[in-house]
Design a binder for this molecule. Structure first.
Ligand SMILES: Cc1ncc(COP(=O)(O)O)c(C=O)c1O
Length: 293
């Protein structure tokens, strides 16, 4: 399958307040964001023409910037309008949006106090392709060698580009061994998350998920916790060691991109996606398409 490169497509991108042709949305090579990792981003999905949880996503974009020491020069309402504009310009109904903000080129050194903050939003068609039956087969994860860092060594609650360096390394290593993704432990050896999604375990009918003290407290994660509680499940947020996977019956990932994705294997541990995973997968699919969600 040939892939259409992301810099050579038809369409339009919202760039610093304007809608411009897709291929013109470029950055200069002497950009602080490129050299020093001063970049934050979001991943959003639209369903039936509406961005699910757009308020939460745009709040997080602004807060991610603040955690890297910069103010995004747009309000949440302006970001909502910009996202809508780019969806309209590209005729997106079921799609993915990628807002990104980064420090520009005014200063080319570690210090970048006076650099301009650029913001862009791209959007493209991306329906959820797989039927619940196909998704329930589950994906295979390997254990990553890289660990999520201690909160005192990195701004771990920012959706900062630099934090994805170890995610890409981990995902590539897993893919090279034939796995779909990697499960990352944290600096203490506790289960943290996958490379771009949070993780949930089902043990004896109860739902357990790691406390998000050194990784992203995903918007989907919070949505699933609410949905699960509404359905009467007990949800326990706590430190979870990998050995506990031996008394775990179901595992699933949550995230904007992966939605609810069942897991069938992690290293040598095997799971059968079951009733609780299915119940939440279907409830999430229904919720994201509700006009009032
Ligand atoms: C590292 C990481 N963890 C968790 C998530 C899940 O976050 P959300 O549900 O807000 O998409 C994502 C996706 O954004 C991610 O990249």
């Amino acid at each position: 399958m040939t892939m259409l490169p992301f810099d050579d497509r038809d369409g339009s991108i919202w760039y610093n307040g304007e809608i411009i042709p897709w291929r013109d949305a470029k950055v200069h090579i002497l950009s602080h964001g490129l050299h020093y990792g001063s970049s934050v981003f979001e991943g959003e999905r639209s369903y039936n023409g509406r961005i699910f949880k757009r308020q939460e996503h745009h709040e997080r974009l602004i807060s991610s910037g603040k955690l890297l020491g910069f103010d995004i020069p747009y309000t949440i309402d302006e970001l909502h309008l910009a996202a809508q504009e780019v969806m309209d310009a590209n005729g997106i109904v079921d799609g993915y949006l990628r807002p990104v903000a980064w420090r520009g080129s005014e200063m080319m050194a570690v210090s970048a106090q006076k650099s301009r903050i650029h913001v862009a939003i791209a959007a493209w068609e991306w329906p959820s392709y797989f039927s619940p039956e196909d998704r329930l087969k589950g994906i295979r994860l390997d254990f990553a060698e890289w660990r999520r860092p201690d909160p005192s060594t990195a701004p771990v609650h920012s959706k900062a580009a630099g934090l994805y360096m170890i995610a890409t390394l981990s995902k590539h290593a897993a893919e090279a061994k034939g796995y779909n993704d990697a499960l990352m432990l944290d600096y203490r050896g506790q289960i943290a998350e996958a490379t771009g999604a949070n993780v949930f375990l089902v043990q004896d009918g109860k739902i357990h998920t790691p406390t998000p003290d050194c990784f992203l407290d995903g918007i989907t994660r919070r949505t699933i916790i609410d949905l699960a509680k509404q359905k009467g499940y007990e949800v326990i947020e706590r430190a979870i060691m990998p050995e506990e996977l031996s008394n775990t019956q179901e595992v699933f990932l949550t995230g904007t991109a992966v939605e609810v994705t069942p897991v069938s294997e992690i290293g040598n541990y095997k799971f059968t996606p079951g009733d609780i995973t299915k119940d939440l997968l279907l409830a999430y699919d229904e919720l994201v398409r509700q006009p009032t969600a």
